[in-house]
Structures are given as structure tokens and as C-alpha cells.
Design a protein. Structure first.
Lengths: 145, 455
């Protein structure tokens, strides 16, 4: 029989993820979507893509940032309860992508103050997963401090 | 002048339009490939709108007006296509007794690109949908103007992730035409394999999404697992799961098909499992009956908006560039064109099912034909001054690219007309008289990109 001593904290690294697209080519979205397939299945880690920023702990952002997404992106971040972690997914978002010279921005992750940067064009599902793991650990320490 | 453009629609298949400093170029498809009828803009930059007579030019003319200052007379819809200074133009809505309006987006509940959908509905029934894209408008065409055409290939490959190989292919053909370079037959075969792999992983995701749109989670999960295997096959073929840079001007941009035995064996496994998946999925009547009569687009609407790709072929269309204006290895390897007539979600899923099977066959045949032949190194490409218009059949249909180069091989003007750009207005039409909860199904039965429409 499982004896529980003290508060059960096995769920403390479970995270709700809200995804925000700011001018991505959709390549990062293909790889983000892969996290839900049977090979990666992030729900096993207690991670879930949530349908509202109010339910989120982590916001993943992609793309260089576009003029049209500025307001919606900031409104989305404002709607996420604290503590929260922003993860920039892919070279465009981290400021290393092909559209830095475009009228677009310097990277959605840079502009939105990302806490974790996941480089790659696009990053593989395993690389994204490692970024989310880092975000979960940041949240865990923020909640305990 | 615009009268000539409208008259030309009887000879060629209208494909879109774009402007530059001096002209408005109206693009048509013929059996020899794309060609343009160009109207000088003069100092007034004033033209009669062709979209009055030919609705498919509507988005193109709105974009030309916004981005290139062309002053069109008589536009049926004269709103800017993209946001200006961060503000999206007001949505068009229906009004009347009992009509309510609601907005979804631009940020969606899931891993979906940004876009705003404004529904007008009477109860459950959608009477009008305005799909406003452009939230992903990065200004890639302006960013690429003034850069060396050959070096720009890596950026062209990253305009849209899901259509990367098709776009790289069209771009490579354009630069090779400007340089007078002809790729070797082995390169053509490797390119065919890359292009068909792209179709395979996209169509698998699309068919899976149709299952999801009808609430069939197991069909979605199995389809997405197969898509993952297709992406791993892409990595096996060229080292990149989304085929970025696999096709490049002069040849290939990555070492390809280095372990053909391994590739062939993974391909055979995937072919077998995809066939079993499709058979089971389409034998599930409670699923397919949900697809039937959902999101019907009448054939005259398809025609009026210049529908391309599986969406057009699901409604009686037969145009597939692989057979209509063949390029590369498609000039030698026959390709069966899929078709259906019902023009509903079922027909679009069925066309993609048949294309999936055909794509896997094409890959196997190309691999067999390639045998153990070495893939030659890339040829040197030095584009000369001129204009090249090229188009290939991407997963979603005609992927067109126009390249205007100067004598140094620098891009003066680059324009992309994607299949998604052509077909998006049809998604809105397909929703009319459908119920609101069917939007995910109807939308996913097209599964268009935002990135290559927004650019």
C-alpha cells in the first residue's frame, strides 16, 4: 500500500501551456503539435495545452513578432496568472531567424521577455520538451520561494 | 487593358496578380506553365478592378492597393488586405433579425496560426463568415528585394514551414530558368521524392484532422502517429523533418538519400500502415457520414475564386500541375490525378486519401529508378536579368513564384501566390449554411496555411 506522508507534491511540475503565434512559418507549430502525438505524448508528464491563457502557467511563443500581433500578444500575456514563464520556441522567436531584417520584429520571445530560449529552425520535439522542462523547473522554484 | 485580362481568362487559367513599380501583372496558367498579362500603371497608378468580373483577383487587388499604391476603380471589396499600423480593418458581418455576431482569434485555443474569424449566425447556422488573415504578415517580399537571388533560397524555404519543399522547388526552377541551367535526371528524382514526402506528411495530418473535426479521437491519434513517422522519413531522406533546404537552386541543398536501403525499408513500412489506416478510417460509417454534406462549396464558386489543389479536385476539377504542366521528373513519371465531385469535407478527405497512396507510390518508383546512382553535386546558378514565373503542385495546390532579377542576379521583386492564399476565401464560403460546431471540421478539411498566405 502507498503511504503518503505530508502533502503530495508529485504534480508540482505539471504545467498548462498556452501557445502564441507571432508570425511563425508554422514549422515550429508542426513540431509543437508533435508533442501531443503518441511518440512524445507530453500529457504523460502532466503537461497540457490549455484553451485559455487563464489556465496557463507557461506561454510558448513563436515567430519574429509582427505589427498586427503586438496588441493580441501582450493581451494574452497579461491574462496569464503569475508566476508564469515565457518560452521562446525557434530561431525567429529567439532573435536568430531569417526575418530579422523584415519590418517584423527582433523575435517575439525577445520582445515579450522570454525566460527560456529554445533555438532551432525548427527545434525538434525533444528540444522543445527540454525547454518546457526548464520552464517547469523555473515555475517550481518561483512557487517555493 | 483590364479588358484584356478578363478576356484572357477564356484562354488561360487565371492564377492571381501582383504589382511592382511600373506594372500590375495578372498571372495565368497554360500547358507551358505560368505567364503574365502586364498592365502599365503609369503615373496615375489607376486601373479598373478585374475583380469586378473575376472574383479570384479580389485579394490580389486589395493587396496591390495596400502595398503598391495601385488605385483600383470599382473594387467589390476595397478594404486593405493586411493590418495597417497594427489595426485590422473592420470585419464584414451580416445583419438582420436574430443574427448574432461573434469573433474568434487572432489567438486560438490550440497550436494554430493567428487569424481572426468573425461569424454571423442565426442560431446554429452560419450565414456569413469573414476570415481575416494577415496577422503573420512579416513583409517577406520587401525583405527579400535587393538580396542576391541564390542566397535568398534559404529564406524562401522559410516563408511557410508546411509548403517549404514546394516553394523551394518553384524558386529553384525560377532561378534555373533565369540562369539557363537544366537539372540532371537524378536531381529531378530526388526533388520528386522531397516534394512527395511533403505531400505525404501534410495529407496525413489533414486526414487525421478531419477525423478530429468529427470527434473521432482514435483516428486523429493514429493519423498523427503516422505523420510523425512520415516526418522521420523526411529526416531519413535529407536530415530535416520538414525538408527545409532539401531543394535548392542548381540541385539539392542537403545531402539526400544517403542510406537508400534504410529509406526504402521505412517507406515500405509506412506505405503498408498508411493503407491500413485509411482503409479503417473510410470504412467507419459513423465518421464518414459526419463528413458528408459538411462544408459544400458549389462548383461555380470554386471556379469563380480560382480554387486550386485537393479542394478544387474534390469538386470536379482536374487540374494538377504534375500532369497539366509537368516539370522535373513528372515529365517522365506518370501521376494519377485524384478526383471527386461532391465538394464536401468527405470529398476533400477522399481526394487526399487517394493522393497519399499515389504519393507513396511515386516515391517508391522514383527510388527504384534512382537505384544506386550518385546524386550529382549542385550546379552553379548565375541568374541573368529577367522575369521567371514558375509553379509546382504543392500539398495544397498551385504554388506560384515570380522572380524579377537584375543583371547582377539580385532580386528586384519576388512574389508568392500560395495555394492557401487562393483557397482561403473558399473556407468562408464553405461555412455558409453550416452549423457553427462544424467549423473545425470544415476548416480542417481544407487545412490551409496562414504563413504562406500572410507572407
Amino acid at each position: 500500500m502507498l503511504r503518503v506522508r505530508g502533502p503530495l507534491n508529485v504534480f508540482r511540475r505539471s504545467i498548462g501551456i498556452r501557445h502564441l503565434v507571432c508570425g511563425s512559418c508554422n514549422g515550429c507549430e508542426h513540431e509543437m503539435n508533435a508533442l501531443n502525438n503518441a511518440f512524445y505524448d507530453i500529457t504523460q508528464d502532466g503537461w497540457d495545452l490549455v484553451a485559455s491563457p487563464r489556465h496557463a502557467d507557461v506561454v510558448t511563443v513563436t515567430g519574429p513578432m509582427t505589427e498586427a500581433m503586438q496588441a493580441a500578444a501582450r493581451a494574452t500575456l497579461d491574462a496569464v496568472p503569475r508566476p508564469r514563464v515565457v518560452v521562446a520556441i525557434g530561431d525567429c522567436a529567439t532573435g536568430d531567424g531569417p526575418w530579422q531584417s523584415a519590418p517584423a520584429g527582433a523575435g517575439a520571445g525577445i520582445e515579450l521577455g522570454a525566460d527560456v530560449l529554445v533555438r532551432g529552425c525548427p527545434p525538434t520535439p525533444d528540444e522543445i520538451r527540454a525547454g518546457l522542462q526548464a520552464a517547469a523547473e523555473l515555475l517550481d522554484s518561483a512557487r517555493r520561494s | 487593358m483590364i479588358a484584356d485580362v478578363v478576356a484572357e481568362c477564356a484562354n488561360g487559367i487565371p492564377a492571381g496578380a501582383y504589382a511592382d513599380a511600373g506594372f500590375a501583372h495578372y498571372v495565368f496558367l497554360g500547358a507551358a506553365g505560368p505567364y503574365a498579362r502586364s498592365c502599365p500603371l503609369g503615373s496615375e497608378r489607376r486601373l479598373n478592378a478585374a475583380s469586378q468580373a473575376v472574383p479570384l483577383f479580389s485579394w490580389d487587388e486589395r493587396e496591390m492597393a495596400q502595398e503598391w499604391g495601385v488605385r483600383f476603380v470599382g473594387m467589390p471589396d476595397d478594404r486593405p488586405l493586411h493590418a495597417s499600423h497594427g489595426e485590422m480593418p473592420a470585419a464584414r458581418t451580416a445583419s438582420g433579425d436574430g443574427i448574432m455576431r461573434f469573433v474568434v482569434g487572432p489567438v486560438h485555443a490550440g497550436i494554430i496560426e493567428s487569424g481572426r474569424f468573425t461569424f454571423s449566425s442565426g442560431g446554429e447556422t452560419v450565414v456569413h463568415l469573414d476570415a481575416q488573415l494577415g496577422y503573420g504578415h512579416r513583409g517577406v517580399e520587401r525583405a527579400l528585394a535587393g538580396t542576391a537571388a541564390v542566397e535568398a533560397a534559404a529564406k524562401v524555404a522559410r516563408i511557410c514551414g508546411g509548403c517549404s519543399a514546394a516553394r523551394s522547388y518553384a524558386y529553384a526552377l525560377a532561378l534555373e530558368a533565369l540562369a539557363g541551367v537544366e537539372p540532371e535526371p537524378e536531381i529531378d528524382l530526388a526533388r520528386l521524392i522531397a516534394a512527395e514526402l511533403e505531400r505525404v506528411y501534410n495529407h496525413l495530418a489533414d486526414v487525421a484532422a478531419c477525423a478530429s473535426g468529427a470527434g473521432y479521437a482514435a483516428g486523429f491519434a493514429r493519423g498523427m502517429a503516422l505523420k510523425e513517422r512520415a516526418m522521420r522519413l523526411c529526416r531519413e531522406a535529407c536530415g530535416h523533418r520538414l525538408l527545409f533546404d532539401a531543394i535548392a537552386p542548381g540541385g539539392l541543398g542537403r545531402p539526400m538519400l544517403e542510406d537508400r536501403l534504410q529509406f526504402g525499408s521505412e517507406l515500405a513500412d509506412l506505405e503498408r500502415d498508411v493503407a491500413a489506416y485509411l482503409k479503417g478510417l473510410f470504412a467507419n460509417a459513423s465518421l464518414t457520414s459526419r463528413w458528408e454534406r459538411a462544408g459544400v462549396v458549389p462548383p461555380d464558386t470554386l471556379q469563380a475564386f480560382g480554387a486550386v489543389g485537393p479542394a478544387a479536385r474534390a469538386g470536379g476539377g482536374s487540374l494538377d500541375l504534375r500532369t497539366f504542366a509537368p516539370y522535373g521528373a513528372y515529365r517522365r513519371i506518370d501521376c494519377a490525378v485524384a478526383g471527386a465531385t461532391a465538394s464536401d469535407a468527405f470529398a476533400r478527405a477522399a481526394v487526399k486519401r487517394d493522393e497519399l497512396v499515389e504519393s507513396l507510390t511515386l516515391i517508391r518508383r522514383a527510388l527504384h529508378e534512382l537505384g544506386t546512382a550518385e546524386l550529382p553535386p549542385s550546379q552553379f546558378v548565375e541568374p541573368r536579368a529577367g522575369i521567371a514565373l514558375t509553379a509546382v503542385e504543392g500539398p495544397r495546390g498551385t504554388e506560384f513564384v515570380a522572380v524579377h532579377a537584375d543583371e547582377r542576379g539580385v532580386i528586384e521583386r519576388l512574389h508568392v501566390i500560395s495555394a492557401s492564399y487562393r483557397n482561403w476565401p473558399l473556407v468562408a464560403r464553405a461555412m455558409e449554411n453550416n452549423i457553427v460546431p462544424d467549423f473545425p471540421l470544415v476548416n480542417k478539411s481544407f487545412n490551409l496555411c496562414y504563413a504562406c498566405a500572410d507572407r
